[in-house]
Each structure stands twice: as C-alpha cells, then as structure tokens.
Design a binder for this molecule. Structure first.
Ligand code: F6R
Length: 260
C-alpha cells in the first residue's frame, strides 16, 4: 500500500495521471467509478483532459461501485444519474459503457449476481476509484461486512445516512435505507485501487485503513491485503496517521518514472 499526502487538487491530478496513463496504454480499460464528494475533482480533471488534451474514453467501460435501492430512475441522487452527470456525459464514454447494479430490479439478488457476471465478462476492473466513509466503509460495505463479500443488498448505517443527508436537502427521511453494493472481495479483484480521502472527518477512518488491524469492523482495512493500492489523502485526512512523516519521505524520494 502506498500513502500519498498532498493537497486535494494535486491528489486529483495524480489519480487522473494514473487513469490517463492506463487509458493511453490500453484504450479498452475498465474503470471502476465511485460516487460521493471524494472523486469529484478527479472527474473534473478527467473531463478537462478530455476537452483540452484529447484524452479519450471511447473504448473504455465504467462499472459503478454501488446504487441506492428504490430511487426513481430520474432521481438526481440515483448513483447512475450522478456518475452520468459528473463523468460520463462530460467525456466520450460510449452509450451503454456505464454499468451499475440495478437498484430498481424486481429481483435484487438476481440483479446482484448479474452485475458480478458483467464485471467478470468485461475482464474485471483495471483501475478502481474509491472513497471511504467516516465509519470505514468502502462502496457501501458497512462495518461488519464479510471480507469475502460479493455484490449484494446492504442496509446503510445511521451514520452513513446522516453523512449522505446533505445530498437529500438535509432531510434524513429522504435518504434510502438500502443499497446494492459491490462486495469487499469484488473490490479486491480490481487490479489497481485508488482511494481518495480529504478532510478531518476522514482522519480516523484513514488511520484504521492504513494502520489498523484488518477487521470487518473497519471494512476498508481489507485494502491492506491488496497488491496494488494507492491511498491519496490531504493533510487533514492524514491527521491521525502515526507514520505520516515516513509516508511523506517515502513519496518525496520516489523515482519519477515509477508512477502510482
Ligand atoms: C459511493 C461510495 C462510498 C463513498 C463514501 C465517501 O459510491 O462508494 O463508499 O465513497 O461514502 O463518500 P464521500 O466521498 O461523499 O465522503
């Protein structure tokens, strides 16, 4: 696991560099996309590179991490609509290239199984963008999630619903209670994980993620077992890292050719 501590704009550029490098080398790259605030600057940077520097997503595919259950197809907070607005519609991703679990399916377990199959059929995710919840969730794998989990239905914790109320006019009642989410094992199958976290509110979750024992109580700690994981954090989110100085020195003395 590599930890990079830098200002938020630089983190977004670094994440975009890794995605661009991969896309230019392999135009048919399979991206894993997250929603929430954490990846927004990355999507802005990718959209800018598409508009100004010809970065193309025409042959790429994108798989979402999760989706709320039961939000109407045209609801602006439905994750498919969010990713469409924040990324897909701003680049040249082909129609049909954005895939997500179907939170409106009549048979939700079947929709989850179909989603796992779709990811496998695409050859798996090459670069997965992740955020982290204040309770240590990745995607919507809340504390207590099986470390071997696959895409399934989960119940959101009170903490996550509270955190996400800001996207629903600060009205907790509007925040769905259930979601479909890639499991921890699904996420661990991606070839490169790029996890972004900014702000003091994420400091404890980031500390546990990087330095805590691997435990279902902090689901993101499973990322310690991944062979290629990059944790991109600003000073505030790095605030509780015991080895912050070591991570800073390591990154500062990294050879330029190495990339993330
Ligand atoms: C969303 C997702 C979640 C968020 C997490 C952090 O697709 O997978 O795990 O990444 O809740 O959300 P923000 O970035 O809004 O703080």
């Amino acid at each position: 696991m590599e930890v990079v501590i830098a200002p938020a704009d630089e983190l977004a550029r670094l994440a975009a560099d890794a995605i661009e490098e991969r896309l230019r080398r392999e135009p048919g790259t399979v991206l894993g996309v997250a929603t929430g605030s954490s990846p927004l600057k990355v999507y802005d940077e990718l959209a800018r590179r598409h508009a100004e520097e010809g970065l193309s997503f025409a042959r790429a595919r994108a798989f979402m991490l999760d989706e709320y259950v039961g939000l109407a197809a045209d609801h602006p907070q439905r994750y498919r609509n969010v990713v469409e607005a924040e990324l897909a519609s701003r680049v040249d991703l082909a129609p049909g290239a954005l895939c997500g679990p179907d939170g409106l399916a009549d048979d939700l377990p079947a929709a989850c199984a179909a989603y796992e199959e779709a990811i496998a059929d695409a050859g798996g995710v090459d670069v997965q963008i992740l955020g982290i919840g204040t309770d240590g969730h990745i995607a919507f794998n809340e504390p207590g999630s099986s470390l071997a989990s696959r895409t399934r239905i989960k119940t959101l914790t009170a903490q996550t619903r509270q955190d996400n109320a800001r996207f629903f006019d600060d009205d907790l009642e509007q925040v769905p209670r259930h979601c479909l989410t890639q499991g921890l094992a699904t996420i661990m199958s991606a070839r490169h994980l790029l996890l972004l976290a900014t702000g003091r509110g994420k400091a404890e979750a980031v500390h546990q993620l990087v330095e805590g024992p691997v435990t279902a109580m902090w689901p993101a700690t499973i990322v310690q077992m991944h062979p290629h994981a990059t944790v991109l954090v600003d000073d505030a989110a790095a605030g509780r890292l015991q080895l912050a100085d070591y991570y800073r020195q390591t990154y500062a003395s990294k050879p330029g050719w190495q990339g993330l």
